[in-house]
Design a protein around this ligand. Structure first.
Ligand SMILES: O=c1cc[nH]c(=O)[nH]1
Length: 217
């Protein structure tokens, strides 16, 4: 299931528009906060699909059968661009377990790049609800590598992916690579990727906009 939240004319479209806008995106605090807000709303939307149970809660004046999440999800992100969105998801699933993966583009002399994944910190994901946030689903290769790496830690009950902007090509790549139904919640879908694997029109480099420029490997 692919949910393009921009089609629902919600506040998410406003925030994605600010992420894209060169006049606004240079304000790093606002850029990070917009990613965080998208993470928060996506977490809320996904929460409507998760299993709930009724638990008796003692109030000062009586007992109430309250609906509560059956279990907390595991929320995962890919360093470093994913951090702000991850914080948004964690703001709402505030008791969640967390998975961190580092992945970066190692540039080759021929102009291409390979995804190097060298750090995974995670609990077992066996039978758990897994929510992975990755703000820019561009080629889909880092997400696919992350999902494959996490498969060594168990088989999740269900995996959700949250992105601010996804490319059509990345969605198709990921659908083929993971070999199961893709559950993607994204702020918008763009049609084009350039030769450097950047989403066009996209927003630029989300990690640099959130945290500042880095040296290239
Ligand atoms: O367009 C893109 C692609 C990958 N990562 C980004 O930050 N932007």
């Amino acid at each position: 299931m692919i949910r393009n939240l921009s089609e629902e004319h919600s506040l998410i479209s406003n925030w994605v528009s600010e992420l894209r806008d060169v006049q606004v995106q240079s304000d790093r605090l606002r850029f990070r906060r917009n990613l965080e807000r998208i993470g928060e709303v996506a977490a809320y939307e996904i929460s409507k699909e998760l299993p709930w149970v009724t638990r008796e809660v003692q109030t000062p004046l009586g007992v109430h059968g309250s609906k509560v999440l059956e279990e907390q999800p595991i929320i995962a992100t890919i360093l470093r661009a994913g951090l702000a969105m991850h914080q948004g998801v964690l703001n709402y699933f505030d008791k969640a377990d967390n998975t961190f993966v580092s992945a970066y583009r190692k540039h080759r002399e021929d102009g291409g790049f390979d995804i190097v994944l060298d750090y995974v910190s995670s609990p077992s994901i066996q039978d758990r609800i897994l929510i992975i946030s990755d703000p820019m689903l561009a080629t889909g290769t880092s997400l696919a590598k992350t999902i494959v790496a996490l498969q060594h830690l168990g088989k999740p009950a269900k995996t959700y992916i949250i992105a601010a902007i996804a490319s059509r090509q990345g969605i198709e790549y990921l659908q083929d690579a993971i070999g199961e139904e893709l559950n993607l919640w994204c702020g918008d879908i763009d049609e084009t990727l350039d030769e450097n694997g950047y989403i066009i029109p996209g927003l630029g480099d989300a990690g640099d906009l959130a945290f500042g420029e880095k040296l290239q490997h």
